[in-house]
Design a protein. Structure first.
Length: 405
């Protein structure tokens, strides 16, 4: 049976599937951000450092590595790129001569929101990286979807190549048995179980609010240098999102069987590769260069493919009238507010100025506690939208950007 085409939707209208997909991305990000708040920083990519004691901890890590880690961050960036293009197209259709001035103002305000978020709450804030990478969107906006797909692939290659240069020597030293080399020891401090580095990470997790703010303000210059390394992969996802909008996938113009086929192809390519990387990591006994390369570099192409698979599935199956779709769409309409609020909730659970559970839970327990902000988002978002409309962070972003432009 031939499926009828999905109803085209103009960029000036809200697309429920797109809002629901954005809500799914925000929820998925919580499932990894919880480890940033709950465990020493080395444990994010190396579970043997903390939370590898029980079978359920191991299953949680494996499932997170294959299906969650960086997939939803990629999805969030895909939607960010598409969202920027939607705003640009809408402004051009209305004859606004200040299209790009308004865009740069939005990126500047988002960057400042990200700086505040990183200093006060979340060390792994993504808003700063999106704002910096978003400065390149004017160069990409006029390109065809095919050109944007090619650029996305090229930027992923750049990210993987740069990562191999950064971590390759440490990997060679590990397999050559040179575990006393300076570069291997550096990797061990960042991604392994070096006792001194682990003790330092625990102290960071237990520091007071004032200590954290002062330390993070002092560290802003070094954080900005790290942002530069994230530009290729974030811009790749944004270019992919722009391409998916231009080719009609994110507009709801693709037929359901086309979306299902794309999702299946991407999943078949990605999941075996990610399972292979997880096996390599475990079989190396979580050697720090292997854990870092697998999680941060080599998984990237497959994270992108699985993120694309999730996007296609969401556009195929989310739709008006579905309880899950409607609820996720409400979360997605407040995506910036909810992203910031989840950090506040996680800080309240794990930080010393909250319940102080940092370092007191296993990986599986941390994952379970991640459902707390998820449930709160599901309750908060419909209530706010019904009474006040646009979220407070979205309102602040829009109002401040308008004043600057």
């Amino acid at each position: 049976m031939v499926m009828p085409p999905r109803t085209p939707t103009t960029s000036s209208m809200r697309i429920l599937e797109l809002d629901a997909l954005r809500g799914l991305a925000v929820v998925g990000i919580v499932w990894m951000n919880v480890y940033v708040f709950a465990l020493p920083f080395q444990a994010y990519v190396n579970p043997s450092v903390w939370g590898w004691e029980t079978p359920i901890d191991r299953w949680v890590w494996t499932a997170s590595f294959v299906f969650v880690e960086d997939k939803f961050r990629t999805l969030f960036a895909i939607l960010f790129g598409a969202g920027c293009l939607i705003l640009v197209e809408r402004a051009e259709a209305e004859g606004d001569s200040r299209v790009w001035r308004a865009h740069f103002a939005r990126m500047a305000v988002l960057f400042m929101i990200g700086i505040a978020h990183s200093v006060l709450l979340a060390s792994n804030d993504v808003l700063r990286a999106y704002a910096v990478a978003g400065l390149a969107i004017p160069v990409l906006a006029s390109l065809s979807h095919r050109a944007l797909f090619a650029i996305a692939i090229g930027l992923v290659v750049v990210h993987v190549g740069g990562g191999m240069v950064a971590f390759g020597t440490a990997l060679i030293d590990f397999y050559a048995g040179r575990t006393g080399s300076a570069i291997f020891l550096s990797a061990q401090r960042q991604f392994g179980g070096d006792p001194g580095a682990l003790e330092y990470a625990i102290r960071l997790g237990q520091e007071g609010f004032g200590e954290r703010v002062l330390r993070r303000i002092d560290g802003i210059p070094s954080q900005l240098r790290l942002l530069a390394a994230s530009i290729p992969i974030n811009l790749a996802a944004m270019a992919l999102g722009m391409a998916l909008w231009k080719c009609g996938l994110l507009k709801g113009e693709w037929r359901t069987f086309q979306l299902q086929r794309l999702a299946a192809i991407c999943a078949v390519l990605a999941i075996p590769a990610l399972l292979g990387l997880s096996f390599w990591t475990v079989s190396s006994e979580f050697a720090s260069p292997v854990a870092a390369l697998s999680a941060l570099i080599l998984s990237t192409p497959f994270d992108t493919l699985l993120g694309l698979s999730y996007a296609a599935l969401a556009m195929a199956f989310f739709g008006p009238g579905g309880a899950v779709s409607e609820r996720l769409a409400k979360i997605g309409r407040l995506s910036l507010t909810n992203y910031l609020m989840t950090s506040l909730v996680l800080a309240a659970i794990f930080a010393s100025w909250g319940m102080g559970l940092f370092g007191q839970v296993s990986r599986a327990e941390a994952f379970t506690l991640g459902f707390v902000p998820t449930i709160l988002m599901a309750l908060w978002s419909p209530w706010w939208l019904a009474r006040l409309g646009q979220g407070p962070a979205e309102r602040l972003w829009r109002w401040t950007s308008a004043r600057l432009s």
